[in-house]
Design a protein around this ligand. Structure first.
Ligand code: NAP
Length: 525
């Protein structure tokens, strides 16, 4: 497939910007073919206007029509065939097996939202019938449901070039809600972004959707992204990426004359607690499993476990020795780009420079391309409680083992934690009974609490919560993975005293869509 290197604005390729950039193959630091045009502010403006205009048409399409569109996008992504897998591997250094799996997940997300739209009850329809003879005042007819917000800006992350990118979770949930989108492509994989844009545009043609429903603008500078955030016709932002980027976008959105909601999914260090009996009974298995989880995908997952809390005991040194042996066997593997590799090395150098932090073990070293070595450090819970830097995400294959001298110190460490996406407990039944207080603390700190599993690997399903208190996200009241993500891009809307024929189908008396609704306080079809 020949790439144009242009931006895709409401179906048209546009290359007005003079400034160009290329993507780099992280396996050998070589430039990949195609120069990509940095979008101009005018191009972003056009995309926002087209998205705004298309919203008036797209938001009125039925659930079935929107579902067909999402299915068609999934099918067109598959139709890109091996060319997509090849370009994506070349731009990320990720193996073909991983990218093929991620393509399946991306298609699965789109199709899952299509199913939700066909069923239709997600709109949370509520009807309160009028009671004209109610005393002392009559009650009027009130009906409410979720309605889409408008044009949404979407930012994807480098570490999920398909599932959290141009047609990723934010795009799928925004389109499912009835919103139109302007996507800022990630400069680390612009060719992959362009291919996905081509697939979405084919689906737009097939399904006869308004062209402005989707635009892709490419860019390496923060100006392109900020032009989306500050555009008055953009009504919400979905962001996946670093804390620095997400917080900058959140702050900018709040400074607008009309502030807009920002759903920024940012970094997290995902604390793991290995409780005393679990350590005694399953220490060897946990040592292996933890090593695998920390180093999976070269540690480039937002759910990678970066903090491991343990209580001191006579068997602790044996556990640390076993984990260290596993870490020493880990091969150095290619990281996503030079920026991520540099930031990782800088974080490791910083930890190495700290007197209160010891290096327990490191994996194999290989200086070809952008290969990252795995590390495990250790420090005390006293240090963790005193120092804030120990909780910062170091994006890559590293973790810190933190030893508490008592249960009280372990609980104090848990109290000190900021917001994270996940926390994990390795525990026996007895541990769980003895540490109910720890569970209570952690419920306040994370979006997903895990028992005897690893946090890496995020199931896309209806009950998944991929979110958490600040700073893991800018809004803890939602999830970015799973079908719950749809209501990030909607608002409740109420019709008072409307005649039946003017109501949307979701709220008509005869329930033509056969959806679940709350009628006078009772759930019914
Ligand atoms: P990133 O550098 O923050 O980039 C994400 C996107 O935001 C890019 O398009 C980037 O464009 C843009 N951006 C960054 N700073 C910006 C700013 N100040 N103004 C406007 N746009 C800005 O993130 P990444 O390095 O690709 O991804 C790795 C991070 O994502 C890790 O921290 C990881 O934990 C996190 N992550 C979180 C989740 C989650 O669900 N919570 C999932 C995956 C990854 P430019 O590069 O052009 O600025």
């Amino acid at each position: 497939m020949r790439l144009t290197g242009g931006n895709y604005i409401a179906g048209l390729v546009s290359s007005e910007g003079k400034s160009t950039f290329t993507s780099i193959n992280p396996l050998n630091a070589s430039k990949l073919p195609t120069d990509f045009h940095e979008a101009t502010i005018e191009e972003v403006h056009k995309a926002a206007i087209k998205a705004h205009e298309a919203f008036a048409i797209y938001s009125k399409k039925s659930g079935n029509k929107k579902a067909d569109f999402l299915d068609a996008i999934a099918d067109e992504i598959l139709n890109l065939g091996d060319a997509l897998i090849e370009r994506c591997c070349a731009e990320t250094g990720l193996p073909a097996g991983r990218i093929t799996g991620e393509r399946g997940r991306t298609m699965g997300q789109l199709k899952m939202f299509a199913t939700v739209l066909r069923e239709g009850s997600w709109v949370d329809a509520r009807i309160d019938h009028a009671i004209p003879d109610r005393e002392p005042l009559p009650k009027v007819d009130m009906r409410s449901m979720q309605k889409p917000l408008g044009a949404v800006g979407v930012f994807g992350a480098s570490n999920f070039p398909l599932a959290f990118s141009v047609a990723g979770g934010d795009t799928a949930s925004a389109l499912a809600s009835g919103c139109t989108i302007v996507v800022k492509g990630h400069p680390s994989h612009p060719g992959t972004c362009e291919m996905i844009a081509i697939a979405i545009n084919k689906a737009i043609e097939t399904c006869n959707m308004p062209k402005g429903v989707f635009s892709l603008v490419q860019g390496q500078s923060v100006e392109v992204g900020m032009a989306i955030v500050n555009h008055p016709l953009i009504k919400a932002i979905g962001f996946t990426g670093s804390f620095k980027g997400g917080k900058a976008i959140f702050d900018a959105a709040n400074k607008r004359p009309e502030p807009i909601p920002v759903y920024a999914e940012m970094g997290s260090t995902n604390p793991v607690f290995i409780l005393p009996n679990a350590l005694k009974q399953n220490g060897n298995d946990i040592a292996q499993g933890l090593t695998n989880s920390v180093t999976l995908g070269v540690g480039q997952f937002c759910t990678s476990p970066g903090l491991v809390f343990l209580q001191n005991s006579e068997i602790l040194s044996g556990f640390k020795y076993t984990v260290s042996q596993h870490f020493e066997q880990v091969e150095a593997n290619t990281m996503l780009n030079s920026g991520i590799k540099k930031a990782f090395d800088k974080g490791i150098d910083f930890l190495n420079s700290k007197r209160e932090v010891n290096l327990l073990a490191k994996g194999k070293v290989n200086n070809e391309g952008y290969k990252g070595t795995s590390y495990i450090f250790e420090t005390s819970a006293k240090n963790f409680i005193k120092e804030n830097y120990l909780e910062e995400e170091i994006f890559g294959p590293s973790t810190i083992s933190i030893t508490a001298d008592s249960k009280e110190e372990l609980l104090a460490s848990a109290h000190k934690l900021k917001g994270h996406l996940t926390a994990t407990l390795f525990a026996t039944e007895e541990d769980l009974e003895n540490y109910t207080d720890l569970i209570q603390i952690l419920e306040q700190k994370v979006g997903r609490l895990i028992i005897n599993n690893y946090p890496t690997g995020v199931e896309v399903c209806h009950s998944m919560v991929h979110g958490g208190p600040f700073p893991s996200t800018s809004n803890s009241r939602s999830t970015s993975v799973g079908t719950g993500a749809i209501t990030r891009f909607t608002r409740p809307f109420c019709y008072q005293n409307f005649p039946n024929h003017l109501l949307p189908n979701e709220l008509k008396n005869e329930n033509p869509l056969h959806i679940f609704r709350i009628i006078d306080g009772e759930i019914t079809k």
